[in-house]
Ligand binder design. Structure first.
Ligand SMILES: Cc1cc2nc3c(=O)[nH]c(=O)nc-3n(C[C@H](O)[C@H](O)[C@H](O)COP(=O)(O)OP(=O)(O)OC[C@H]3O[C@@H](n4cnc5c(N)ncnc54)[C@H](O)[C@@H]3O)c2cc1C
Length: 437
C-alpha cells in the first residue's frame, strides 16, 4: 500500500485513499442491497435512465452546437483496409489490429472517441456481419487501430456459442487480410483542441479503447499547451486483464497526466504495482467514492465507457456528485451495455387502426405492432434482412430514408443520422410510414 500512497502523493492526491477504497466497498454493498429490493431497484433504474437520457440529449445538443462534431462521414460506404499487424494484448482475450487503407490515400482526421464499422464475411453466415469498434489510437494519416475483446457465450447459455465477429477477428483474420470499414462515426469523444482545463477518462475493461484515443490526442497537445489536468482511470478485475501497460506508463509520465488502474479482485502482489511504475495501481472497484476522493471536485469533462454495471453506478453517481449532464459523456458497446427504455408506443397506434409501414423497395407493407421494439424488429419479424451493426442507435448502419410519414427514435441516436433518414433499430412510427428499404 505504501507504494500506492507514494504514487498518489506524487500525483498530489494521497488524500484519503483508504477511506476511498473502503467507501467503494460500502457503496458496492449498498448498491447490491438496493438492487435486491425490487421497488427501490426499479426506482433507481428509472432515475439512472433519466440521467442517461438527459446525458445523451445534452451530449447530442453539445455535438450539434459544435460543428466539428458529428460531421458527415469522411467517405460513404465501405473502404478496404489491409491488416498490417495483429497483436495479442497482455489481456489475452483482446487483440489489437493495425489497419492501413488499401488505396494508400491518407486517412482524414477523426474525433478521438469515434468508432469504425466493420463488415465481415464469415463462413456459414448468410450475409455479412457488421460490428462497431472504437478507434484506440490518436488520429494519424496512415493507419487505424482497433482492439477487440473475444466475447464468449452468456454464462447461463453456453449453447448460444461465442460472439461471431469477435471470434472471427481473433481466430480467422490474419496480417495481410483485407477488411471493409465505414468511415469513423459517433459523437462520443472530445475535440482535444477544444478540451477544457480538466479531462477525466474512465474506462472499464475493453471500454478503455476510445479513451486511449482521447488520451493520446491530449498527450500530443500536452507539450505545446501544458497545464491541462488529464486523469485516466482503467477498471479491471485483476492484473491479467490489464491493457496496453506500456502505453499507460508513457501517458502517466506526461506532466499533468495521472493514470490509475483499479483492480477489483487483484491477484497476489498485483495491488501494489511494480516499484517506480508511474501508473498508480489501486485495489478496489472503480466507483464514485474512489473518484470523488481523488478528484476532489466534480469539475471537468467526464468521459465514460465500460460495462453496464459500472456505467450505471458511475453515470448516476457522478451526476449526483454535481457533474453537469453536458460534461458527462457516455459510450456503450452495444445494446446490452446500458439499459434502454422500452420503445414509446406510437400514440396513434394505441387508439386508431394499426399504423402501416411500407418497405418500398421490398414492396412489402407491414402492420405496426406496438409491442415490436423497432422498425428493424418489424422488418426482421416479416422475414426481411437488414444491415444492422450495434442495434442500439450507435453505429448508423441501419439508417434508412423516410419517404413519407413520421417516426420517433426511442433514444437519442449516438450516430449521425443522415437528413431525412431514421435509424431502423431505434425508430418507431408515429404515423403511417413509407421507407426506402
Ligand atoms: C460504438 C461501439 C463501439 C464498440 N467498440 C468496441 C471495441 O473497441 N472493442 C470491442 O471489443 N468491442 C467493441 N464494441 C462491441 C462490438 O461491436 C461487438 O458488439 C462485440 O465484438 C460482440 O460482437 P460479436 O459478433 O463477437 O458477438 P455477437 O455474435 O453479437 O454475440 C454477442 C453475445 O450474444 C450472445 N448471443 C448470441 N445469440 C444470442 C441470442 N439469440 N440470444 C441471446 N444472446 C445471444 C453470444 O453468445 C454473445 O455472448 C463496440 C460496440 C459499439 C456499439
Amino acid at each position: 500500500m505504501s507504494v500506492v500512497l507514494q504514487a498518489l502523493a506524487a500525483a498530489g492526491c494521497a488524500g484519503a485513499l483508504l477511506t476511498a477504497v473502503q467507501a467503494t466497498r460500502a457503496l458496492r454493498d449498498a448498491a447490491r442491497r438496493r438492487r435486491s429490493t425490487g421497488e427501490a431497484g426499479a426506482r433507481r433504474r428509472r432515475e439512472f435512465q433519466s440521467v442517461v437520457d438527459e446525458t445523451c440529449r445534452s451530449t447530442r445538443q453539445a455535438a450539434l452546437a459544435r460543428p466539428q462534431e458529428g460531421p458527415a462521414p469522411a467517405w460513404q460506404g465501405w473502404r478496404q483496409f489491409v491488416v498490417a499487424g495483429k497483436a495479442v494484448e497482455e489481456a489475452s482475450d483482446i487483440v489489437t489490429f493495425h489497419l492501413v487503407p488499401q488505396d494508400g490515400r491518407p486517412l482524414p482526421p477523426f474525433l478521438p472517441g469515434q468508432y469504425v464499422t466493420v463488415q465481415l464475411r464469415i463462413a456459414g453466415a448468410e450475409r455479412p456481419v457488421v460490428r462497431c469498434y472504437s478507434l484506440s489510437c490518436a488520429p494519424r494519416p496512415d493507419r487505424y487501430e482497433v482492439s477487440v475483446k473475444r466475447v464468449g457465450p452468456p454464462p447461463n447459455r453456453p449453447d448460444l456459442g461465442p460472439g461471431r465477429a469477435s471470434g472471427h477477428l481473433h481466430d480467422q483474420v490474419r496480417a495481410g487480410d483485407v477488411l471493409d470499414l465505414q468511415a469513423p462515426r459517433g459523437t462520443f469523444g472530445l475535440d482535444p483542441a477544444a478540451a477544457g482545463s480538466r479531462v477525466v477518462l474512465i474506462g472499464g475493461g475493453v471500454g478503455l479503447t476510445p479513451l486511449l484515443s482521447v488520451a493520446q490526442s491530449l498527450a500530443k497537445l500536452a507539450q505545446a499547451a501544458p497545464g491541462r489536468e488529464v486523469w485516466l482511470f482503467h477498471g479491471v478485475r485483476n492484473g491479467a486483464q490489464r491493457l496496453r501497460r506500456a502505453e499507460l506508463q508513457h501517458l502517466a509520465a506526461i506532466p499533468g497526466f495521472r493514470v490509475a488502474v483499479c483492480l477489483s479482485q487483484p491477484g497476489p502482489g498485483e495491488a501494489a504495482g511494480p516499484p517506480g511504475d508511474p501508473v498508480t495501481v489501486l485495489e478496489g472497484r472503480l466507483g464514485l467514492p474512489l473518484l470523488s476522493q481523488l478528484l476532489e471536485r466534480p469539475d471537468g469533462d467526464f468521459l465514460l465507457c465500460g460495462p453496464g454495471g459500472m456505467m450505471e453506478d458511475l453515470a448516476h453517481g457522478l451526476a449526483e456528485w454535481g457533474v453537469p449532464p453536458e460534461h458527462l459523456h457516455l459510450e456503450a458497446f452495444g445494446p446490452s451495455a446500458l439499459p434502454r427504455p422500452a420503445a414509446p408506443a406510437a400514440s396513434a397506434a394505441a387508439e386508431g387502426p394499426p399504423l402501416a409501414v411500407r418497405f418500398s423497395r421490398s414492396e412489402r407493407t407491414c402492420a405496426w405492432d406496438p409491442s415490436t421494439p423497432s422498425i428493424l424488429g418489424l422488418a426482421e419479424a416479416a422475414g426481411m434482412t437488414w444491415d444492422a451493426g450495434c442495434r442500439a442507435g450507435n453505429c448508423g448502419s441501419c439508417a434508412v430514408q423516410v419517404l413519407s410519414g413520421t417516426f420517433q427514435h426511442s433514444r437519442p441516436p449516438g450516430a449521425t443520422v443522415p437528413r431525412g433518414a431514421c435509424l431502423a433499430c431505434i425508430a418507431v412510427p408515429s404515423s403511417d410510414l413509407v421507407l426506402d428499404a
